[in-house]
Design a protein around this ligand. Structure first.
Ligand code: AMP
Length: 407
């Protein structure tokens, strides 16, 4: 059943609780280092305010574990949001309680209020109905625009829907579901999926689901080594999930049966991983990479670990991407946080941008890499949800979407 959308609501003069995803990175001084999530929420907030709704915004930021933590306050976001909307945004250092009740009671049409981090209360992540009811009491309507949190059944994403007159999807949520859902279910072909990142275990369900939808799969990042090892190719000291070798083998067999092409790296950038006695800011031992070199073959010598895909792999993958009409990408091709091992990831970003294909980049580190490469403008859609986009692609129901009212 299609869900209610924000544009189906008659919001003039109504109080609307909007769950946004303002989980932005902050530096030590409370400055926002990447505001893309705030920018992505503007169409819904603007639309509501222009129609004279009284907008109450709520979000989480970070993992404060159910306790108030000033380092994870949403206050800096209220300030930035007010600049972006060019209108005042009130901020309260609470998200439930008397202060909130009093403030909401005197809100006027077109007013905007941001509540403090909902995860300052343990009840949020427990989806406690008492807490959800309190949040819901501030509004007649609920709009969910936090795609990045839609895979969690929390009080502010799922619980509140049971205590409002109507709950609907915001514009960002609609857009995410359209691109990751309809577009990838009916893609222009060839459809090529690029998957990287740290672990096969995190992405095995997505790989299997994409195997049914895509024509070719390009694998990079650490998870490539589990696949290589599954084929008895030596991987040296690379990150390998021993308990996933069998699963990887099964996926490769399945791909062969389905006549789908899975590409694995044919060369690598490798290095010797040395754990020093020096400590970083968090007290963890600093890891250094020495003897950086490029292999000529897929096999990796003992003592060395793969840190990025090699130039021949980039060429082969880029050639497949150049033929694609649709591309989905999730996960970096190497340890891209280290500029010395970022080339494979950036070269793939370049290849996707140059392909002219419909391109969808699914959240997290791959979006970071695309933004860093300055190619974001050439990508059709950058998803705001890491875990949420993967769970959705796996075919799982997102509780935050399922709970919305039907049209
Ligand atoms: P994910 O969240 O699963 O997309 O994984 C992203 C992480 O994978 C990044 O922090 C990368 O540094 C890491 N990663 C990618 N390639 C490698 C590799 N070859 N060895 C170790 N970590 C890697």
């Amino acid at each position: 059943m299609p869900k209610l959308n924000v544009q189906d609501l008659n919001v003039a003069g109504r109080r609307v609780l909007v769950r946004v995803d303002f989980n932005v990175p902050l530096d030590g001084e409370g400055r926002i280092t990447d505001e893309s999530r705030i920018l992505a929420s503007l169409p819904t907030i603007d639309w509501l305010l222009e129609r004279g709704a009284r907008v109450v915004l709520c979000s989480h930021l970070g993992r404060p574990k159910g306790k108030a933590d000033p380092a994870m306050s949403l206050r800096p976001v209220a300030k930035r949001l007010s600049d972006l909307l060019a209108r005042p945004v009130a901020f309260l250092d609470e998200c439930v309680g008397e202060k909130v009740e009093k403030t909401v009671a005197i809100m006027k049409d077109g007013d905007c209020l941001l509540l403090e981090n909902v995860r300052f209360h343990a009840a949020e992540e427990k989806n406690d109905p008492v807490f959800a009811k309190k949040l819901a009491a501030y509004a007649e309507f609920f709009v969910n625009d936090a795609f990045g949190s839609a895979h969690r059944a929390h009080a502010s994403t799922e619980g509140v829907t049971h205590f409002v007159q109507k709950s609907a999807a915001g514009f960002l949520l609609q857009k995410e579901l359209r691109y990751l859902g309809d577009e990838l279910a009916h893609p222009a072909r060839p459809f090529v999926a690029i998957l990287g990142g740290a672990k096969v275990s995190d992405k095995i369900a997505v790989i299997e689901s994409l195997l049914h939808k895509a024509d070719a799969l390009l694998i990079g990042g650490a998870m490539a080594y589990t696949f290589l090892r599954a084929q008895k190719i030596p991987t040296g000291d690379s990150l390998v999930e021993e308990d996933r070798l069998e699963t990887s083998r099964r996926v490769l067999d399945l791909a062969a049966k389905m006549n789908k092409r899975i590409f694995l790296p044919v060369d690598h950038v490798v290095a010797r991983r040395v754990v020093t006695d020096r400590l970083d800011k968090k007290g963890k031992k600093i890891v250094e990479f020495q003897d950086v070199q490029t292999t000529a073959v897929a096999a990796i010598d003992g003592g060395l670990c793969g840190v990025d895909i090699g130039p021949n792999t980039v060429r082969a993958y880029a050639a497949v991407v150049a033929e694609a009409k649709t591309v989905f990408w999730n996960g970096p091709m190497g340890i891209f946080e280290n500029t010395a091992f970022a080339k494979g990831t950036f070269d793939m970003a370049q290849a996707v941008a140059a392909s002219g294909a419909r391109s969808i980049v699914g959240g997290g580190d791959s979006v970071k890499a695309v933004n860093k490469s300055g190619l974001a403008g050439k990508i059709t859609f950058l998803s705001t949800g890491g875990g949420a986009s993967l769970e959705f692609l796996e075919g799982k129901t997102l509780p935050g979407v399922a709970a919305l009212h039907e049209r």
